[in-house]
Ligand binder design. Structure first.
Ligand code: HEM
Length: 103
């Protein structure tokens, strides 16, 4: 889970300009559709960040490549917070959790 905050310049762009920049954001992500599942939560006004991005993957190397690719698009220059903290965990079902607790 990676919290993200954008600067005022971003929010002052026209909707059309923001959509154009988000298209640039989406292009490099296509290569990761099969290995990275994502969910985007909007948190402007609810938290001190604008977005909580959530991802699931079995391949952290692929995920690292994805993040590096997105750090190179123009949209990234509007980010004033990306991560810090980044929260990492593993999905476990109830039986697996009980097994871990009794060990
Ligand atoms: C498979 C990977 C990814 C895909 C397919 C993807 C695609 C998209 C798309 C289509 C949007 C537009 C809003 C929506 O339809 O949800 C979006 C928004 C966004 N994405 Fe990604 N993305 C990916 C990975 C990432 C990563 C790794 C980050 C940052 C760590 C990220 C950060 C964001 C943020 C902050 C927004 C909202 C930006 C805004 O509206 O101002 N995305 N993404």
């Amino acid at each position: 889970m990676i919290p993200i905050r954008k600067n005022a310049e971003w929010w002052n762009l026209s909707k059309e300009d923001r959509v154009a920049l988000m298209k640039e954001h989406t292009i490099p992500t296509v290569a990761y559709f099969k290995t990275v599942k994502r969910k985007l939560y909007h948190s402007t006004g609810l938290s001190d960040v604008d977005f909580l991005t959530y991802f699931e993957t079995n391949d952290l190397g692929e995920f690292n490549d994805l993040v590096i690719a997105l750090r190179m698009v123009r949209e990234d220059t509007f980010n004033v917070q990306l991560g810090e903290p980044t929260i990492i965990g593993t999905l476990k079902n109830w039986d697996e959790i009980v097994d871990l607790l009794v060990k």
